[in-house]
Design a protein around this ligand. Sequence first.
Ligand SMILES: NC(=O)c1ccc[n+]([C@@H]2O[C@H](COP(=O)([O-])OP(=O)(O)OC[C@H]3O[C@@H](n4cnc5c(N)ncnc54)[C@H](OP(=O)(O)O)[C@@H]3O)[C@@H](O)[C@H]2O)c1
Length: 245
Amino acid sequence: MKRIIVIGASSGMGRRIAEDYAKAGWRVGIAARNEERLRQVKDLFPERITYSVIDVTAQDATKKFEDLIEEIGGMDILLFAAGTGWYNPGLNLGKDEATIGVNVTGFTRIVNAAYRYFKATANTSKGRIAAITSVAGVKGLGVSAAYSASKRYQWTYLQALDQLAHSQHVNVSITDIRPGFVDTPLLQGNHNYPMLMTVNEVAPRIEKAIMQRRRVATIDSRWAVVSALWSAIPNCLWPHLEVKM
Ligand SMILES: NC(=O)c1ccc[n+]([C@@H]2O[C@H](COP(=O)([O-])OP(=O)(O)OC[C@H]3O[C@@H](n4cnc5c(N)ncnc54)[C@H](OP(=O)(O)O)[C@@H]3O)[C@@H](O)[C@H]2O)c1
């Protein structure tokens, strides 16, 4: 039986994708901080889902992640779907630090441990590391400075791991999934975001990108166009553009 671990599976995209893999017969390890919600997901497929309460910002996160891998009998895919971020034009420092804690330090902690796991099990079948980053990494967004910077960090870290895996002959593929706006608790009930997608629309696309071992998957095609347009804007003009959210 194939095994996937989804970090950040108590809500939003991570939860839906964990449920889909369990439905498809996979052994699924799920983690996040909210135990009540993790238990609700487990109760949908009690035979196939195992949960662990993990706060990726805590020092013990790596150990708990490794224990979870062991508990489900190994790992074929890691999906890092945990994340946080705010609309923060007031530059509240607490919010910026919390964003860095999850999206930079926590992300690195888990993805780094997954890479080392696949490196140590290189003789077996090829592994996959996937992370839900965001189109927000294209450029620095004034209204979400830490969030957009953290997403750019994730893009770069994943690209670096891909190169490292090639040079070290580690049997793992790396997938960077970059959605536009998706209606999840992260958006705190604000439905005024442009080109807002539903979890139902996005989840199958993410699963397909992982299974096809895509390097980068921007979801959806409209957001791929927006990303291309944003990256084509010269840096000298970017500060004059008013990006509203
Ligand atoms: N929604 C969007 O518009 C959008 C667009 C592009 C990219 N993304 C990215 O997609 C990913 C998933 O977000 P989502 O939209 O599905 O939002 P979500 O429903 O808020 O899911 C975020 C998940 O991360 C977990 N999490 C947060 N802090 C954590 C921590 N310290 N340790 C462990 N888990 C933690 C949450 O669980 P607990 O609270 O239980 O810990 C939850 O399961 C994020 O990286 C987000 O940046 C979202």
